[in-house]
Design a protein around this ligand. Sequence first.
Ligand SMILES: [Mg+2]
Length: 232
Amino acid sequence: MKYRFLLFDADCTLLDFPADMTQAFHRMYAAQFAAQRPFQPELLDCYEACNNRAWARFERGECAKGQLYISRFVEFLAQTGLSGDPEAVNASYFEALAQTGTPYPGAVELLRELYGSFQLYMITNGNVVSQMPRLRHAGLAEYFQEVFVSEAVGVGKPDKRYFDYVADHIPGFRAAEALVIGDSPSSDVQGAINAGLDSLWYDPPGLNHTRPQRFTYRAETYGGILEILRNV
Ligand SMILES: [Mg+2]
């Protein structure tokens, strides 16, 4: 077998982030803003846009993780005219997010199938407060030898320094035997390129990512991931 170390992304690869985010946003909104204005779907759209822009700034190295979290709510408050303290709103959102954890159908079965044949590690840019509880709620945590949350590392994907940290903390790690598996061209696939690792771009229908320029493998389904891993 070519690979021994599988480095899995979490959100939009194994965890249904849109479902969890929507649930957490609703809960946060009820606690923070419902008294000011009843919920409307446009508010969630607005938050998502602010959040995506903040993540893009972070992935381009233009801001630190802490700034990313706060700035998305600073922008959300400015655009909606709602009043609140961005830090408190963010804390409320994380608290709500930590109560979620929705695996995609087949995610647990995929890990169960791989467990034992491969060493599974999680590489995630999620936050320290909510990511571990979400993985536990989803029934995914037990399959991973270690979960590397970028916030705890101090730097995130796609930065090479994040992958250097991961490599340094996996016993017996060899780059030639490691495969990055994730949905995001900008953080997972680009991170693998930066770190000199092979990548399996998980590209399920509907995520609408721009095709990365370079990747080692591509799969649209969990079955496709298994097939590649069985044949290389
Ligand atoms: Mg992802």
